[in-house]
Structure formats: structure tokens, C-alpha cells
Design a protein around this ligand. Structure first.
Ligand SMILES: Cc1cc2nc3c(=O)[nH]c(=O)nc-3n(C[C@H](O)[C@H](O)[C@H](O)COP(=O)(O)OP(=O)(O)OC[C@H]3O[C@@H](n4cnc5c(N)ncnc54)[C@H](O)[C@@H]3O)c2cc1C
Length: 592
């Protein structure tokens, strides 16, 4: 790899978007249609981005199946977040949701239909009518392949709008000048290792989540928290990282997701004694209680010896009573997954399930315009000039302590678009590229060398990664306590310290793949440190952060967002409890 800065290729764009999932592609489409020169960098071909895996659907109060309105959706989201979500951003998202769905329909997303021709909506967990009343059906779905349909439609629209794609390029680090302006990023072509400096007036991080932190996960191998790692290395803290969602119904021991839509269609969980277990934990909502509630219920059943199978280490999801027609029409992908990976047809037999790492609620702190914000002196947040984030890598924060199913696809589309709209305004006032000092480029180009070597180091990337994932699974899972977390902090610190001894095999033809994996591991380490330190410090139970030594939510001391950075360790900032136009929802006990 040539790291002579005079030989390095330099390209200029109005906006650089890192990430071609739903968040990145919704933003790029808005920008390209505004006639801006926009580049999208993705380490995988765009339509392989993880959004493609989203199954169950996207929430919007269309009221096609049950009475509904955006204000009820807002209430459910605030309650689901265990009152840690920022209510201005939640109001913005829920109000924007119906428009976002109709936009997708016009982009070509083939939503499933009701007999009257309207968009089909299914029930998902934590959805209610009239502020906590009867179950609502708010999730718009394209069978159980909603993300696939959305991602392909957005990609096609971007091709039409002439977005410039850098496919299979890996973004390593942000370019930032001494005045704190972000000026683009350094990327390299995974195929031949060629470095490109992409200079941009504005940069949007849309790199998705970090499910690879854990051993058992619904996330693909690409979800390594790269944007979060890049942000941390640029001095930006990560927010609310202790809140990691464990989806109740991953296939036991393997992790593949069985969508919440399966319970939305009428499926239910049974324990080893054949009981419908959720009647005990959420008498009203039962299997459609919020995800954190259902995951804890399954973990308790197994811990107390009421699990299924020879090791009593999982529970069963029953769908066979729904009939083959419903399963084939509404859940065809799930059926195929079970047949392929388990040899079980859910139309005939139940599916073994257990909570599985699924979604990164925390991330790069932003406001509702997608601007990355950091605390400066006495202010809780000031924008970082030129830098935006949207999608799962960002924390806006609409999910707070626990995300409701169907709210992430909504989040990525609404805030991808909002960030793009803000960028359009910003660029009207900031028309010219800032001059980048050679020293800024030299610094990042040299940093690329950190894995450009054959070393005799004693550690391997795969070895360290497996250890890290095992430690996170054992020390930062569904239930936590002081002893487990403190051991976790020590173990993650010690694994991170061994990163300097990692060896890369540059003799093989897979050289760049090996180097990509090393960069990804470095990002995972950063995210793991933020996660375990933030979890260790939060002495309460809220949303997905459930402590056996602090079992109650403590609004007096802990209704605040955590921020973790390399430079300052832990810090906190207030929750934005004031919505845009309606009354705030004050914290209440959260029962389903
Ligand atoms: C199995 C599964 C099912 C789900 N189902 C639903 C659902 O039904 N409803 C719902 O609301 N949510 C669902 N979710 C969550 C939702 O799908 C995700 O949160 C969302 O799609 C994330 O979109 P994104 O645009 O933020 O990132 P992604 O779609 O993950 O895209 C990230 C992009 O960043 C790029 N990238 C990352 N790092 C780099 C780098 N260093 N250099 C270059 N490019 C990089 C990747 O190549 C990719 O293009 C599901 C999640 C999973 C795992």
C-alpha cells in the first residue's frame, strides 16, 4: 500500500456518506435529488448492507387495521424507551412516520396489502391504542422481507438520481482539522488496497450497529461498530452504550432472528412445562410486551429450571396453530430459515428460541437534525462542524433504554432524510471546501499503516475477537450485577491492551480482508470499552440494562444519558424531556 501522501488519490464531494444501508441511502437520495455531489462509501455492495435483513416491518400510525394516531405511537415509544428517549426527537419521528411509508411506497416498495388494497399492518410488541389501551397494529410490512424491499428500492432510486458509489471501500478514519471541522475521511479499496482521501464539506456516518460485540447475535459479520469507533478516535463520546437490545426470539444457540412479527401474527412462547410463560410476566400484553420484558422472562424461566430440551436451556415459539396458509403468506422467510437451519417446519413444530444480541440503542450522539453533538464547556451539546450521523450507529435518541420493534427502520429513514435536509441548508451557507492542511492528511495516512505490516506479534485477530465476544456475552448480557460487570471491565481492558500485539498475515491473497478484520476489531474494542464501562457505572435497572443488584429504575439519580470517551471516560447529560409541540410524558412505572 502506497502511503506517500503526494501519491494518494484525492477526491472532492459536497457530502460523503459512510454506509449504504437504509439510513445512508435515504440521505444520499435526498442530497442527489437536490443536485448535490454526493459519494456513498460501503464496505459491502450496497444491497448487502444489514438493512436487507430486517424482517417484520416499519411502524407508522396509518390506522389501516386498528384505530391509531402519531401521538399514541409517541406515547408507546417514550414508554418503551423506559423514559430515557428524547421526547422532541420521538415526536418528530412519530409525526413523520406515515409520510415516510408513503414515500417508500412511491419509491417502489411492494408493501403487503389488506383485502381493501390498503397497506397491511401487523401488531408488534409495545404498541397500544389510546395511550396504553388495547393492542394496536402499527407495523407496515412487506411479508417478512421488509428491509430487503426497502434497501433494493432505495438503491435503485439512488442509481436513478446518480449518486456516486464507492462499493467495497473501507472507511478507516475521519479527517478533522485543528479547529474541529470534519473534512471527510480516508478510505481504501478492499480489492487492491488503494488509499483514497475523500474530501467533503459535510460527512454523514451511517455505518449501522455493533451486534458483533456478542457471541450469539442476529447481526451479520459486518456489524462491527466502525462509525462508532471512528467517532471515538475523533474525540467524540458514545452515548447510552449500556443499552444493548437482546431480542427474545433468536434461534437458540445460533442467533438467527425469528421476527417479532411471528408473535404479531399470533405465535406464542411456551416453557418446558407447556405453559404460556408470558401470562406470568405481562398479563395484558402477554407475548407482545416490550422486548426487554420478554427477554428477561425467557431468561428467568430457563434460570429457574423451566426451560425446554435436554439441557432446559431455551423455550419454544409455537406457530403451528396459525396454519400453513398464514405462515406461507405472512412469514415465508421465517419458515425457510427454520427449514434450512433447523430442519423444522414451523407449520408443524415449535421453534427453539433464546434471547440474542440484536440492536445497539446507544451510539454517536446527535440532535434531531442528524448533527453530531458533543458537550462543550457548560452546554450539554454543541454541533461538531461538518459531521452528521444517522441510523443504528447514531443515538438521537428515540429508543432510549429499549427500542420498540419496527421503530428502527423508521428511525433510519426519518433521520437519514432529516440529516440530508439539514446538510442542504448547511451547504447553502458553506459553499466552499475548507483547505486541508497536508499535516491532517499525513496524520491519517500514517495511521493506516497501523495494520500494514507483517508482524511476529503473539495475538491473532480471530483469537482476540472470539475472546472479546465471549467476555461480552458472559459479562454484559440480559442480567448484570456489580461483580460480573467489574470482572467484565477488567477483562475487556486487558483484551484491548493486547491489540498492539496483533499480527496480520500479508503474505496471503486475502491480505486486505485480514486488514479489514483488524480495523473492525479495533472498532469493536472501542465500542466494547464504552459499553462495559457505561454498564458498570449505571446503578439502576432501566430498559435493556437490567441489574440484579439495583432492580428498580431510579429517575432521581439516573434519568440521564451516559457519554463515554477515550479522553474523559464517563460523563452524563440530561434527557430532552420536552417534546416539540405536545405535553411531555412524565415517567411512570412501566407495566404491560
Ligand atoms: C435480523 C434483523 C432483523 C431486523 N428487523 C427489523 C424490523 O423488522 N424492523 C425494524 O424497524 N428494524 C429491524 N432491525 C433493525 C434494523 O434493520 C437496523 O437497525 C437498520 O436496518 C440499520 O440500518 P443502517 O442504515 O443504520 O445500517 P446498515 O443497514 O447496517 O448499513 C450499514 C452500512 O455501513 C457500511 N459500513 C459499515 N462500516 C463501514 C466502513 N468502515 N467502511 C465503509 N462502509 C462501512 C456497510 O457496508 C453498510 O452499507 C432488524 C435487525 C436485524 C439484525
Amino acid at each position: 500500500m502506497n502511503t506517500d501522501i503526494n501519491a494518494v488519490e484525492r477526491r472532492q464531494f459536497d457530502t460523503l456518506i459512510i454506509g449504504a444501508g437504509g439510513g445512508g441511502l435515504r440521505a444520499s437520495l435526498q442530497l442527489a435529488e437536490a443536485e448535490l455531489n454526493v459519494a456513498v462509501v460501503s464496505k459491502v455492495f450496497p444491497t448487502r448492507s444489514h438493512t436487507v435483513a430486517a424482517q417484520g416491518g416499519m411502524n407508522a400510525a396509518l390506522a389501516n387495521v386498528s384505530p391509531d394516531n402519531w401521538h399514541w405511537h409517541m406515547f408507546d415509544t417514550v414508554k418503551g424507551s423506559d423514559y430515557l428517549g428524547d421526547q422532541d426527537a420521538i415526536e418528530y419521528m412519530c409525526r413523520a412516520a406515515p409520510k415516510a411509508v408513503y414515500e417508500l411506497e412511491h419509491f417502489g416498495v411492494p408493501f403487503s396489502r389488506l383485502d381493501n388494497g390498503k397497506i397491511y399492518q401487523r401488531a408488534f410488541g409495545g404498541q397500544s391504542q389510546n395511550f396504553g389501551g388495547d393492542q394496536a397494529a402499527r407495523t407496515c410490512a412487506a411479508a417478512d422481507r421488509t428491509g430487503h424491499a426497502i434497501l433494493h428500492s432505495l438503491y435503485q432510486q439512488n442509481i436513478r438520481a446518480r449518486t456516486h458509489f464507492f462499493d467495497e471501500y473501507f472507511a478507516v478514519d475521519l479527517l478533522k482539522d485543528d479547529e474541529g471541522h470534519v473534512l471527510g475521511a480516508l478510505v481504501f479499496n478492499i480489492h487492491d488496497g488503494k488509499i483514497v482521501v475523500i474530501e467533503a464539506k459535510t460527512t454523514l456516518l451511517a455505518t449501522g450497529g455493533a451486534g458483533q460485540l456478542f457471541k450469539t447475535t442476529t447481526n451479520a459479520l459486518i456489524n462491527t461498530g466502525d462509525g462508532m469507533g471512528m467517532a471515538m478516535r475523533a474525540g467524540i463520546p458514545l452515548q447510552d452504550m449500556e443499552f444493548f437490545q437482546f431480542h427474545p426470539t433468536g434461534i437458540a444457540g445460533r442467533g438467527m432472528l425469528i421476527t417479532e412479527g411471528a408473535r404479531g401474527e399470533g405465535g406464542y412462547l411456551v416453557n418446558g412445562d407447556g405453559e404460556r410463560l408470558m401470562e406470568r410476566y405481562a398479563p395484558k400484553a402477554k407475548d407482545l410486551a416490550s422486548r426487554d420484558v420478554v427477554s428477561r422472562a425467557i431468561a428467568v424461566e430457563v434460570r429457574e429450571g423451566r426451560g425446554c430440551g435436554p439441557n432446559k436451556d431455551h423455550v419454544m415459539l409455537k406457530l403451528d396453530h396459525l396454519g400453513e396458509d398464514v405462515i406461507q403468506k405472512r412469514l415465508p422467510g421465517i419458515r425457510q430459515t427454520c427449514i434450512t437451519f433447523l430442519g423444522i417446519d414451523p407449520a408443524e413444530a415449535p421453534i427453539p428460541v433464546f434471547p440474542t444480541a440484536h440492536y445497539t440503542m446507544g451510539g454517536i450522539p446527535t440532535n434531531r437534525y442528524g448533527q453530531v453533538v458533543v458537550p462543550v464547556k457548560d452546554t450539554p451539546e454543541e454541533p461538531v462542524a461538518g459531521l452528521y450521523a444517522a441510523g443504528e450507529c447514531a443515538c438521537v435518541s428515540v429508543h432510549g433504554g429499549n427500542r420498540l420493534g419496527g421503530n428502527s427502520l423508521l428511525d433510519i429513514l426519518v433521520f437519514g432524510r432529516a440529516a440530508a435536509n439539514h446538510i442542504i441548508k448547511y451547504l447553502k451557507e458553506n459553499k466552499y471546501h475548507r483547505i486541508i492542511d497536508d499535516a491532517v492528511i499525513k496524520k491519517v495516512v500514517e495511521k493506516v499503516n497501523r495494520f500494514d505490516r507483517v508482524t511476529t506479534g503473539s495475538e491473532t485477530v480471530a483469537g482476540l475477537r472470539n475472546e472479546l465476544k465471549q467476555v461480552m456475552e458472559e459479562h454484559c448480557s440480559v442480567f448484570r450485577n456489580k461483580e460480573i460487570l467489574q470482572q467484565g471491565v477488567a477483562k475487556v481492558e486487558s483484551i484491548a491492551a493486547r491489540m498492539k500485539d496483533v499480527s496480520i498475515d500479508d503474505q496471503s491473497h486475502t491480505f486486505n480482508t485480514a486488514r479489514v478484520e483488524a480495523f473492525e476489531l479495533e472498532n469493536l474494542m472501542a465500542v466494547a470499552l464504552a459499553t462495559i464501562h457505561s454498564a458498570n457505572a449505571r446503578e439502576e435497572s432501566r430498559g435493556a440494562h437490567s441489574r440484579t443488584d439495583f432492580t428498580e429504575r431510579d429517575d432521581k439519580s439516573w434519568m440521564r444519558h451516559s457519554l463515554y470517551s477515550f479522553e474523559n471516560g464517563l460523563d452524563y447529560k440530561p434527557v430532552r424531556t420536552k417534546p416539540m409541540s405536545v405535553e411531555s410524558f412524565p415517567p411512570k412505572p412501566r407495566v404491560y
